[in-house]
Ligand binder design. Structure first.
Ligand code: SAH
Length: 334
């Protein structure tokens, strides 16, 4: 736990009662951190030197070492956390403000067959402060990020409490004031987590990684499907969409000759018809798994089939493949 784990009320309480600051000064500290992304007490010019020294002693910031791996359209940041773990997060450049892809766990327990992160296994959950820290570091580097996607390392619905806390801190009006509408959480299909997210009424968007239209194939690709089958997942996603009023996105990683055959694409259409979900086709990014990406022509063919069935579909072209920064490639081993 660090000071980055605290929301405004908690930080005020802590800084007033444990550090001895006046409450208006505590508010200033929150603003320096969360509005201006200043993570160095010596740069907080509205504080006295004695207050800065006290803060340095009583409320130190995390001290990650961060290495950058920039390409023309992305920047992967590899960080060593204070306890020596390695995580990655990615700034995705775009014409407007860049999108930030953040991690929620060190590694991932789900072992999806096509995903490199799954080969790591899980070490631990990230704290709310560590999730917020990724955003603040990226904010400082870019001068202002746009959307935030919880699509980095880990399964965010297996760390939902910390994820919700981070979202609430980022949403503070006296802080970064990130609207939940700019945040999307992607899940491999933890159905009770989707229900909990809906109950929490966080206002964020949901994406589900479907990746196969039949239980047989999906269980082979994503072992979590043996616990939460496709029909329960689709039902939970529909409920989320209806009650939240936010359109759900379905992610479908295209694996050549595995989940992109005419028969399976027909099943996919039957499954998603009239759901109103948006479909994101993600051409497979190379990992050690041995799967292949379909040809561009075939990817376009899949898209055309879905469009002909009046489904709402886009192809998500991955940025950062050369630096292992793209979907499913985050697996820095330290
Ligand atoms: N655990 C969550 C959050 C990670 S999001 C989830 O699974 O949704 C990562 C996205 O990248 C998921 O949609 C996943 O299906 C996709 N993905 C994983 N490996 C990939 C690969 N090699 N190429 C393209 N997409 C991949």
């Amino acid at each position: 736990m660090t000071i980055l784990d605290l929301n405004l009320a908690e930080m005020t309480d802590f800084l007033v009662n444990e550090v001895g600051l006046k409450s208006f000064k505590a508010r200033m500290v929150f603003e320096w951190i969360h509005q201006k992304a200043i993570l160095d007490y010596d740069l907080m010019t509205s504080l006295h030197q004695t207050e800065r020294d006290l803060l340095k002693e009583k409320a130190p910031f995390p001290q990650w070492t961060v290495t950058e791996h920039p390409t023309k359209d992305s920047n992967k940041l590899t960080a060593t956390t204070d306890d020596g773990n390695s995580i990655e997060f990615v700034i995705l450049k775009s014409k407007s403000a860049p999108t930030l892809c953040v991690s929620s766990q060190v590694g991932c327990p789900l072992k999806c067959a096509f995903c490199e992160t799954g080969t790591l296994g899980i070490t631990r959950n990230l704290t709310a402060g560590e999730i917020v820290y990724q955003v603040l570091l990226a904010e400082k580097k870019t001068g202002g990020i746009g959307n935030i996607v919880l699509m980095g390392m880990g399964e965010p619905l297996l760390n939902l409490d910390n994820v919700l806390k981070a979202i609430a801190i980022l949403h503070e009006p006296t802080g970064l004031n990130v609207s939940p509408r700019r945040i999307t959480l992607s899940t491999a299909g933890i159905v009770p987590g989707i229900e909990k997210l809906l109950t929490a009424d966080s206002g964020i968007n949901l994406a589900i990684s479907l990746n196969a239209p039949t239980d047989e194939l999906r269980s082979e690709l994503m072992p979590i499907n043996k616990t939460y089958r496709i029909d329960t997942l689709i039902r939970a996603a529909k409920a989320f969409q209806e009650k939240s009023g936010r359109r759900v996105t379905v992610e479908y990683v295209l694996l050549k000759d595995v989940n992109d055959t005419p028969v399976l694409i027909r099943s996919l259409i039957a499954l998603l018809r009239r759901t109103g979900f948006h479909i994101n086709l993600i051409p497979f990014n190379p990992t050690s798994s041995g799967y292949k990406k379909p040809t561009l022509d075939h990817i376009e063919w899949v898209k055309a089939q879905l469009e002909a069935a009046h489904l709402n579909v886009t192809i998500r072209n991955s940025r950062g493949v050369s630096t292992q920064a793209a979907c499913g490639m985050l697996a820095s081993k330290k």
